[in-house]
Design a binder for this molecule. Structure first.
Ligand code: GDP
Ligand code: PGA
Ligand code: MN
Ligand code: MN
Length: 600
């Protein structure tokens, strides 16, 4: 900001009470105000009265529509600008001083060019608006793994969502003042013009600048921008991992709980798996699943060598379409009250509605037009924002400052063909390659074509704040003496049959696969070794009572050698895109598997 022409500042802003004991923070807030020229500054304390006041304002100007207060108390619908409905990967940049440090996996701009571009966009952009200052903490407020930031925004919708998604307000500010260090995030909705929209990350400056979008992943800066892109960069230098993973606990009938972290690309089943309800037979036996997180996982080695994980978020920003009493009853129970819905349809009695919920017909589509039954009523990336504490399966351990010990890491994506239901990596190094090799069909969570296969290593393609080659090396570095690393698995809930329908029932039935993983961790379940890893045979996974077609039984557990040869060959060219920076150990691992596939 320093190079920018300083504008005179309105007396009201000049005299606004500084909310902080930290000079560096006050200074930054005033620097931003000089550039953006807001009419008012409001330091957010996270209180109920502050939230109520914000909501009143948004109801008055139509930003939030109150929903039916009998069926959905304290809940609202927000209709976004129709061009502002998803993350914008083509407008998202990592601005490191060296281009190579961002890697071919990121769009790059030099910090100087990016600052010049953003300063021009931000100049005077908050005239007539209130500038909100949001101190927030990612992770339990007393956790050594948690990190803080401050987001400045001119959007009350962002403030309301940040209050749900993070520990926001006075306690976070106190921690920031104690630590003296925080990630600086500056956001303005600007004109919501896709031509004037950029999401910029300056990992070396612990700074984020986002302009022109109000959509969650672009605008709630604690989430993807801080907790993944900036945090992954910090985690590399500090020896931990910031990952696009859900965290869940599986409690067996003996009362023992294993924690599992799983990375699937956006809209590929994280929230659903995190809130899984066991099939009836398992419930009767006493199995329980506990939700710790549904999108982001920060983990680091503990004193016993195991990886300990926290969920840096305090809420869920979940995909609405497909959420139903049948697919995800926990999510449905969670969003009955105190929820902000974005871009869903609306019934004639003011209830939120989306495809897959039930067979009612909504009266309005997500744009607010009378619903004419052409196309979906809810946008395919319609979302709900809700506090995690409302989730019936919310784990008491989710607030634990030390985090939960991870027994298994799972990678997975949408793969219509080739990839079996589940397999296990032979060791950590192989597991890192399995993660690096991940591929998935694109979804509506980002703008662009849907259903196109692309490589998405560890589901971090849109989120890794540095060069993937260095990221793979960082993953490999956890394998050292004294480490008690989790086993690594790969799953595919999305294999399709010849009729184009999913072969695996998914959702609650996925527990059967998790049970097998846990038994593998405990050394009890059997599997068959193949070049791609250990595969269960049909009898190794409990399938009592699951209706599976003959085709499903044959295909879901099958290892297609010829198909995998092509897959693993194409992996070699993918790794080559990262040049000589790719760890030799990873290339050797690819070569080992390719050779085994040829020689077997
Ligand atoms: P996230 O964005 O990774 O958290 O994904 P969600 O859990 O929100 O799921 C995205 C979409 O995939 C929703 O429409 C879900 O209904 C669907 N989905 C989730 N899990 C499964 C599954 O096990 N099988 C199938 N067929 N669909 C699933
Ligand atoms: P998702 O989160 O992974 O639950 O879709 C939002 C996103 O990744 O954009
Ligand atoms: Mn996500
Ligand atoms: Mn999700």
């Amino acid at each position: 900001m320093a190079a920018v022409v300083e504008h005179p500042i309105s007396p009201e802003v000049e005299n606004s009470t500084m909310g902080s004991q930290l000079d560096a923070l006050n200074q930054w807030v005033m620097d931003v105000a000089r550039v953006t020229q807001p009419d008012r500054i409001q330091w957010c304390d996270g209180s109920d009265s502050e939230f109520a006041e914000l909501v009143r304002g948004m109801e008055a100007d139509g930003t939030l529509l109150p929903l039916n207060s009998e069926t959905h108390p304290e809940s609202w619908l927000h209709r976004s600008h129709p061009d502002d409905v998803a993350r914008v990967e083509h407008l998202t940049f990592v601005c490191t001083s060296e281009r190579e440090d961002a890697g071919p996996n990121n769009h790059w701009m030099s910090p100087a060019d990016a600052h010049a571009k953003m300063d021009a966009l931000f100049a005077g952009c908050m005239r007539g608006r209130t500038m909100y200052v949001i101190p927030y903490c990612m992770g339990p407020i007393d956790s050594p793994l948690a990190r803080c930031g401050v987001e400045i925004t001119d959007s009350p919708y962002v403030v309301a969502n940040m209050r749900i998604m993070t520990r926001m307000g006075a306690a976070a500010l106190a921690r920031i003042e104690r630590e003296g260090r925080f990630v600086k995030g500056l956001h303005s909705i600007g004109e919501l013009d896709p031509e004037r929209r950029f999401i910029m990350h300056f990992p070396e400056e612990l700074t984020i600048q986002s302009y022109g979008s109000g959509y969650g992943g672009n605008a709630l800066l604690g989430k993807k921008c801080h907790a993944l892109r900036i945090a992954s960069h910090q985690a590399r230098s500090e020896g931990w991992l910031a990952e696009h993973m859900l965290i869940l606990g599986v409690e067996n009938p003996q009362g023992q709980t294993h924690y599992i972290a799983a990375a699937f690309p956006s809209a590929c089943g994280k929230t659903n798996l995190a809130m899984l309800i066991p099939p009836e037979g398992y419930r009767n036996e006493g199995w329980k699943v506990w939700t710790v997180g549904d999108d982001i996982c920060w983990m680091r080695p503990g004193p016993d060598g195991r990886l300990y994980a926290i969920n840096p978020e305090a809420g869920f920003f979940g995909v609405a379409p497909g959420t139903s009493e049948k697919s995800n009853p926990n999510a449905l129970a969670t969003i009955q009250r105190n929820t902000i819905f974005t871009n869903v349809g609306l019934t004639d009695d003011g209830q939120p509605w989306w495809e897959g919920l039930d067979d009612r017909k909504p009266a309005f589509d997500w744009r607010g037009n009378a619903y004419d039954c052409n196309g979906p009523a809810a946008h395919p990336n319609a979302r709900f924002t809700v506090s995690a504490r409302q989730c019936p399966s919310w784990s008491p351990k989710a607030e634990d400052a030390q985090g939960v010990p991870i027994s298994a890491i799972v990678f997975g994506g949408r793969r219509a063909s080739l990839v079996p239901l589940v397999f296990e990596a032979r060791d950590w190094k192989h597991g890192v390659l399995v993660g690096a090799a991940m591929g998935s069909e694109t979804t509506a969570a980002a703008t662009g074509a849907v259903g196109v296969m692309r490589r998405d290593p560890m589901a971090m393609k849109p989120f890794c704040g540095y060069n993937f080659a260095d990221y793979f090396a960082h993953w490999l570095s956890f394998d050292k003496p004294g480490a008690q690393l989790p086993k690594i698995f790969h799953v595919n809930w999305f294999r399709k049959g010849e009729d184009g329908k999913f072969l695996w029932p998914g959702f609650g039935e996925n527990l059967r696969v998790l049970e097998w993983m846990i038994e593998r961790v405990e050394g009890r379940a059997s599997a068959t070794d193949t070049p791609i890893g250990a595969l269960p045979k049909i009898g190794d996974i409990r399938l009592d009572g699951v209706a599976l077609s003959d085709e499903a039984r044959r295909v879901l557990f099958d290892f297609d050698r010829a198909g995998w040869q092509a897959e693993v060959d194409s992996l070699a060219s993918f790794l080559d895109e990262f040049g000589t920076r790719v760890p030799v150990a990873l290339k050797n691992e690819q070569a080992r598997i390719a050779a085994e596939l040829r020689n077997g």
